[in-house]
Design a protein around this ligand. Structure first.
Ligand code: TYM
Length: 331
């Protein structure tokens, strides 16, 4: 069994980018018997200002969302990051192994710099905390979307640096990324940028638990080009190709099959056909989400049990790390 770890921030609703880029793979890995840890990364969320009430609700909603997608707390460890104290502790140790200059060059930080004027210190530490998430569980495989690659590189660097200084401790973590365009699903309103929770236009993303009316509207309004042929040409025709990828990934039929089936359809008509089918695929998950949303005690119990199991693993690593670095001298 391989050790898997991944995480998701509990901000906003789970959208198709999150699901097709990462969470779908989480479920597959868990179902094939891998040793998987999945974290609701609330400490990452507060690197930008959050309303406390909204964040709390977000944590429960993300828990319900992941369970509705098929995450099974009997088959994997689902936990809330901040409930395991060792994440921030290891983050501090790892922070001492890198430089502000290196953190300042991180791709995601540079993007944020264009949007936010005053970056918090925690935003600089964001990828270091993510490295701590991964290394604490000695994970070797990290299923993520393409936007996380630079963070994974830093985690690898920190694992190597720690091992060199203090002796072999951490395995090298590898990103596990889809090999098709679902590794980076595009915004429905601007096929040149990625589908994102933080996009101010709600029409830019389909949330997993959107109503049928919302899904139909968003598909109809998806920006495509002036050519009516339905084809998969991600470089030349990113808009229509993005819809084909969504359709293909959700139904399990190849992009080739999807395009063949759409032969003769105008792209406007195709959008309706595609929306109708994805509404049906998502329906059971939406129903399960709605049901779970009414069971806060169950969700709380899932997170409680998950925290205990995660803490058990994390503590072993922490004891080893604190001894090797010299901050613990007995026991
Ligand atoms: P987050 O919460 O932004 O996104 C969760 C997962 O969804 C993927 N994703 C996408 N994939 C394809 N196309 C898109 N448009 C798209 N948008 C999002 C992300 O790549 C991610 O896999 N820093 C992480 C959370 C995190 C983490 C970790 C991940 C915290 N600790 C440890 C891995 C390991 C994040 O912000 O993901």
């Amino acid at each position: 069994r391989r050790r898997i770890l991944s995480g998701i921030q509990p901000t906003g609703s789970l959208h198709l980018g999150n699901f097709l880029g990462a969470v779908k793979k989480w479920v597959e890995l868990q179902d094939s018997g891998e040793d998987a840890f999945y974290s609701i990364a609330d400490l990452h969320a507060i690197t930008v200002p959050q309303d406390p009430k909204v964040l709390q609700k977000g944590i429960f909603e993300m828990t319900a969302s992941l369970l509705a997608c098929g995450i099974d707390p009997e088959k994997c460890v689902l936990f809330q990051q901040s409930k395991v104290q060792y994440h921030t502790q290891l983050c501090w140790i790892l922070a001492s192994l890198t430089t502000m200059a290196k953190l300042g060059q991180q791709a995601q930080l540079r993007e944020k710099r264009n949007i936010i004027q005053e970056l918090s210190t925690a935003l600089y530490l964001y990828p270091v905390l993510q490295a701590a998430d991964i290394l604490l569980y000695k994970a070797t495989l990290v299923p993520v979307g393409e936007d996380q690659v630079s963070h994974l590189n830093l985690a690898s660097f920190l694992a190597r640096t720690f091992n060199k200084r203090f002796g072999k401790t951490f395995p090298q973590p590898q990103p596990l990324i889809n090999d098709d365009s679902s590794r980076r699903l595009k915004s429905l309103r601007n096929p040149l940028s990625k589908m994102s929770k933080s996009d101010s236009d709600p029409l830019s993303r389909i949330n997993l638990f959107d109503s049928p009316e919302e899904i139909l509207l968003k598909c109809k309004k998806a920006v495509t080009d002036s050519i009516s042929l339905v084809e998969y040409e991600p470089e030349k025709r990113p808009g229509i190709s993005n819809l084909v990828v969504i359709h293909s990934s959700l139904t399990g039929r190849s992009v080739h099959t999807i395009c063949q089936e759409a032969a003769g359809l105008q792209s406007g008509d195709y959008k309706i056909v595609m929306a109708t089918e994805i509404i049906e695929v998502l329906r059971p998950m939406r129903e399960r989400f709605n049901q779970l949303s009414n069971e806060p005690e169950y969700l709380e119990n899932v997170l409680k049990a998950g925290a205990l199991r995660a803490e058990n693993q994390a503590q072993d690593t922490w004891l080893d790390v604190s001894k090797k670095t010299g901050i613990r001298w007995s026991g």
